[in-house]
Ligand binder design. Structure first.
Ligand code: PLP
Length: 356
């Protein structure tokens, strides 16, 4: 068995993979593959309805918000957020906490003025800037809840922002409780913590739409997607199905509150080992450490390769850090069991013992 610490597409629960594999051959006893039935069939419509229902239930989405399953990944939402929310001649505010945040603000520049309220670029994004003001004259404030590449995470969301908050939650969606009412728009590519690549979750506050004064092509228009129930065109049926199964798995585990406890426990034991073991060093500022992507380096850079080799021998995969940070990144998403974290900790201790 492998211990999958890959950053994305990330680990999915084994039960979910088994159910998904079975549905590829025979979907719910229909005698057809899930891959070959109409998206307008009652069987598939039930899947989409169930997926939307689970999102609303697990995230306690209040009335007045719509849940969409779209295509194009989080990177498409970098453009669709300003396309749908930033009025002609208007301004949007961004918190720059990494490469993804930077890509998001670059897309917004196609639609209007962008104000970067704070950045941690000068330190290669090892911390989350906290000393800034949200400009009241901007259309929205965009943040990234978890910075997948750098292992930093916003521990507190702006709860009294004078303008709607837009959040890229790609790499920590459903990993912890959030108050959806604090946001105007939440989006997340599925492949980190919710399902397979190919579908993107969007939760949008309905009354923010239709105010830009610009014409928006149908596929890029949230209002059109809401009216079409995420089926303006053929949706990514398989990715939605597997996301639905994963959300069901999460519900059976006790929901977001229960998984948050597990995620906290996994992060705690792993950071404790990194802090204790003189062969390793954490990368992110202590108060901003991510509970999803744990970034660390070898105290002696020459130990990097041999440690990865030891991990490989133990079935630990996906541990190599992003090329812009180096070192190691242990992604400990919802589906990764704590037993895998202990295997990694054992490897770190064994490595220290062998090299002392
Ligand atoms: C992976 C990731 C993205 C990019 O997602 P795509 O679905 O590949 O476009 C954006 N933001 C964050 C925080 C990510 O982790």
């Amino acid at each position: 068995m492998k211990h999958n610490f890959g950053a994305g597409p990330g680990i999915l629960p084994h039960e979910v993979l088994k159910q998904a594999a079975a549905a590829v051959i025979d979907f719910n006893g229909t005698g057809l593959s899930l891959l070959e039935i109409s998206h307008r069939s009652p069987e598939f419509e039930a899947v989409l309805d169930e997926a939307v229902k689970l999102v609303k239930e697990l995230f306690e989405v209040p009335a007045g918000y719509s849940v969409l399953f779209l295509q194009g990944g989080a990177s498409t939402q970098f453009a669709l957020a300003p396309y749908n929310l930033l009025p002609e001649g208007g301004k949007a505010a961004y918190l720059e906490t990494g490469v993804w945040a930077n890509k998001a603000l670059k897309e917004a520049k196609f639609f209007g003025e962008v104000q970067v309220v704070a950045t941690s670029k000068e330190s290669n994004f090892t911390y989350i800037p906290k000393d800034y003001e949200i400009p009241a004259d901007a259309a929205y404030f965009h943040i990234t809840s978890n910075n997948t590449i750098y292992g930093t995470q916003l521990k507190q969301f702006p709860s009294s922002s004078p303008i709607p908050v837009v959040c890229d939650m790609s790499s920590d969606i459903f990993s912890r409780k959030v108050n959806v009412a604090d946001f105007g728009l939440i989006y997340a590519g599925a492949q980190k913590n919710m399902g397979p690549a190919g579908v993107t979750l969007v939760i949008v506050k309905d009354d923010l739409l239709g105010k830009t004064g610009r014409k928006i092509p149908a596929m890029f228009n949230y209002q059109v997607q809401i009216e079409g129930g995420s089926m303006y065109n053929t949706p990514p049926c398989f990715a939605i199905y597997v996301s639905m199964l994963t959300l069901n798995w999460l519900k059976a585990k006790g929901g977001v509150e229960a998984i948050e406890k597990e995620n906290d426990a996994k992060a705690k034991v792993l950071y404790e080992e990194i802090d204790r073991n003189p062969f390793f060093k954490a990368v992110a500022a202590t108060e901003d450490r991510s509970h999803m992507n744990v970034c660390f380096v070898a105290a002696n850079p020459e130990h990097e390769k041999p440690f990865l080799k030891l991990c490989d021998e133990k079935g630990i995969v996906g541990l190599k850090g992003h090329r812009s940070v180096g070192g190691f990144r242990a992604s400990i998403y919802n589906a990764l069991p704590i037993t895998s974290v202990y295997v990694l900790i054992d490897a770190m201790q064994e490595f220290a013992e062998k090299n002392k």
